[in-house]
Design a protein around this ligand. Structure first.
Ligand SMILES: Nc1ncnc2c1ncn2[C@@H]1O[C@H](COP(=O)(O)OP(=O)(O)OP(=O)(O)O)[C@@H](O)[C@H]1O
Ligand SMILES: [Mg+2]
Length: 320
């Protein structure tokens, strides 16, 4: 049975004077879930998040968080949420500790409680060693951690993170993703991203927004199934001695449920092999591996071909 959603978003519309940013957005988020809001620039991700965190009011529609109607009790909802905005409004000349103390006091905590909470969140997000430094002197990754500490300070059940890895270098991206995954064990999380690979790694479920509308809502597997990506494979085969590349292509194409097997390129080192794009009606990896092995060839590479966001979009928005 599906548990009762902790966040319900229903028919949200946001009209700016010149632009309808959200045009009837609805989705649920369940307790403990990490939900990825995915969409291109201007899709409406940040607008949705600003409405959820009551920084913006919708033109119409309804949001409930943990049973509380956002319209009726925005302060009650805000207490449940930690929010990392798109461009973290950090005060660059403030020392990280002082900034967090100030945030804590604004949240209504006394200084002793703030001090204790700062120590706790500093340890969770890994900023203990820089807590006495000016925020402006920190690397972008550490600034983002301070932003996360700010979002966690009042111990919210839910985290709303607007593009938490944008602008970070690859090492920092991995670190922040791991941190978010850890936080997801004890929090319900909504994060936004442009990057399908990122949401695939981090999120349990994805809502794709396009031009202010939800165009897809499901697990990564469901979405990939919907656009047919899960049945495309990249197969690298080192042919048995003397066997031509074309023989391998014919073997692959001749397998039941395989629609096409197309040679794409040769790889010379470290193991010489040929790479093929295989398209099938189903996930044919087991029988494909079996057939190649029986014919005396060697599989060097076998993976599902992932579709990039652009390709998924093209397909999803085509039939809407
Ligand atoms: N204050 C505003 N006044 C007018 N239009 C706005 C305003 N804020 C946002 N918009 C427009 O609303 C649409 C949705 O913007 P939003 O910031 O929610 O997109 P986004 O999905 O977060 O995009 P990005 O990936 O670039 O952050 C865009 O077309 C944007 O230009
Ligand atoms: Mg945005």
């Amino acid at each position: 049975m599906t548990p009762h959603p902790v966040i319900q978003v229903r028919d949200l519309v946001k009209r700016y004077p010149t632009k309808t940013a959200l045009d009837g957005v609805s989705f649920d988020v369940h307790a403990g879930e990490i939900l990825g809001l995915l969409g291109p620039n201007g899709a409406g991700k940040s607008t949705s998040m600003k409405i959820l965190t009551s920084y913006l009011s919708p033109s119409s529609g309804k949001v409930t968080v943990d049973g509380i109607d956002l319209d009726v009790d925005p302060v009650g909802v805000r207490a449940l949420l930690g929010y990392l905005p798109e461009s973290t409004p950090l005060y660059l000349d403030m020392v990280a500790y002082d900034y967090l103390m100030w945030i804590g006091e604004m949240r209504g905590f006394d200084r002793a409680t703030c001090h204790r909470r700062i120590a706790e969140v500093a340890s969770v997000v890994g900023i203990k060693e820089v807590i006495g430094m000016q925020i402006g002197q920190l690397s972008k990754g550490y600034k983002q951690r301070v932003g996360l500490a700010q979002a966690l300070l009042h111990n919210p059940k839910i985290l709303i993170l607007d593009e938490p890895t944008s602008g970070l270098d690859p090492n920092q991206i991995v670190e922040i993703r791991n941190l978010i995954r850890d936080l997801g064990k004890s929090h319900t999380v909504i994060l936004s991203s442009h990057n399908l690979a990122e949401v695939r790694q981090v999120c349990d479920r994805i809502v794709i927004i396009h031009r202010g509308k939800v165009v897809a809502d499901g697990s990564v597997d469901e979405l990939e199934g919907k656009v047919g990506a899960s049945h495309k494979l990249v197969v690298g085969v080192a042919p048995a001695a003397g066997a031509p590349t074309s023989a391998v292509a014919a073997l692959l194409a001749g397998l039941p449920r395989v629609k096409a097997a197309i040679f794409t390129h040769d790889v010379r080192a470290p193991v010489p092999h040929a790479v093929y794009d295989v398209e099938a009606d189903a996930d044919v990896r087991p029988e494909l591996a079996d057939a190649i092995g029986k014919a005396g060839h060697t599989i060097v590479e076998l993976r599902r071909k992932s579709m990039d966001l652009e390709a998924i979009f093209q397909q999803l928005t085509h039939d809407v």
